[in-house]
Design a protein around this ligand. Structure first.
Ligand SMILES: *Cc1c(COP(=O)(O)O)cnc(C)c1O
Length: 370
């Protein structure tokens, strides 16, 4: 049985009719940029957050991070701390403002930012920190808050992989000055293209971000500052709005898939399973295992030949990327570098059938001969 890492058509199939109806409605309306559909979707997301945030639809998760940084006035001469073990966009968006990303290490057990290591990254230029809720699980936000408060830093939560995740009951994205969501098709809420959302904690920051999304323009053709075109398409908002209704159901399917793996793989030696936590319950955007003893690439190849998809998130740490070569991290990053050689993500998407889950388990077990 073949099991892809992700099955986007299977995820959208139940919504086919509704999506096509929305498409027809939008084509007839001719209203493609922002407008009512985007406002309705923003309201739906703000409601999901218990109206603890202001929600602003933007063109992608990357642009959500960029809008947040630009709205805080971060740029040339500033430093922003972020983990090295994350997707490129976290650091790329910092660098695009003219600021310098300063990379810290992460924790082996949870893959999340190591706050001890972050301390070593501080300088008088540090303006903000971006905790990344990696793979679907919240960062230790109590530690984040203590760190940010002690050093007077703004917090931008990168929630691209973790919409719906919580820390001590609070939704990711509602704890920092800003949160950034992504609706890339592989994320917890996947669109039919690119999309993202800025979550702002205060009305003041929301107002700045709102203008930033549209060239810093307000009123029309008057620009107090330089923004960009970071607008969300009406079509995308309409599609996302349809899928949003079942969002919590999709998260519970991810959780039961993860529970299946935990139950059937916990005894495999040489394989370290991801950990859940009562204070930070996982939303399982990825199910990322660590493969010990240099066997990761062998396991990936074994799965491939059994028709099972897998991927390495991430094979190269950000501090080792050619484009960031000029910036030496002030701290060593041994855990990040080790994880790049050990991690492997296996299929976890909500639409997996029991047969597919069993096939993944069987292929994994046969590699370890158990
Ligand atoms: C996907 C992702 C982003 C960027 O989101 P896009 O919508 O693809 O631009 C940013 N940060 C992390 C951690 C991501 O996984």
């Amino acid at each position: 049985m073949s099991v892809p890492l992700l099955d986007v058509p299977a995820q959208n199939a139940p919504y086919q009719e509704e999506l096509l109806d929305a498409f027809k409605r939008l084509v007839a309306s001719g209203q493609f940029i922002l407008g009512k559909e985007v406002e309705l979707f923003e309201k739906q997301v703000a409601d999901y957050y218990g109206n603890a945030v202001y929600a602003l639809g933007v063109s992608s998760g990357t642009d959500a991070l960029l809008v947040a940084l630009m709205s805080l006035g971060i740029g040339e001469g500033d430093e922003v701390i972020c983990p090295s073990f994350t997707f490129f966009a976290t650091a790329g968006s910092i660098a695009r403002t003219g600021a310098t990303p300063v990379f810290c290490d992460c924790l082996e057990e949870t893959f999340q930012i190591d706050w001890e290591s972050a301390k070593g990254c501080l300088s008088e230029k540090t303006k903000a920190v971006i905790p990344v809720h990696l793979f679907g699980q919240s960062v230790d936000m109590a530690a984040c808050e203590a760190f940010a408060n002690e050093h007077g830093l703004a917090v931008i939560e990168d929630c691209a992989q973790s919409m719906g995740a919580r820390y001590e009951g609070a939704l990711c994205g509602s704890m920092g000055a800003f949160g950034a969501l992504s609706f890339f098709p592989s994320k917890n809420l996947g669109g039919l293209g690119d999309g993202g959302m800025v979550l702002a904690q205060s009305e003041e920051l929301y107002d700045i971000a709102l203008k930033m999304r549209n060239h810093g323009m307000h009123p029309r053709y008057y620009h107090d500052f330089i923004g960009g075109n970071f607008r969300l398409d009406a079509l995308q908002a309409a599609f996302l709005s349809i899928k949003m209704r079942d969002f919590d159901v999709s998260l519970s399917k991810r959780a039961s898939n993860a529970a299946f793996y935990q139950a059937h793989l916990c005894d495999v030696e040489g394989l370290v399973l991801p950990v859940d936590s009562p204070s930070a319950p996982h939303t399982w955007n990825q199910f990322t295992v660590r493969v010990l003893n240099g066997q990761r690439d062998g396991l990936a190849e074994h799965l491939r030949s059994a028709g099972i998809g897998s991927a390495v998130y991430y094979p190269v740490a950000l501090h080792q990327q050619a484009c960031f070569g000029e910036w030496d991290s002030p701290v060593a990053l041994p855990i990040t570098e080790k994880l790049c050689g050990e991690v492997l993500s296996i299929p976890i998407y909500p639409e997996l059938t029991e047969g597919q889950l069993a096939a993944v388990v069987a292929a994994l077990r046969s590699f370890f001969r158990v």
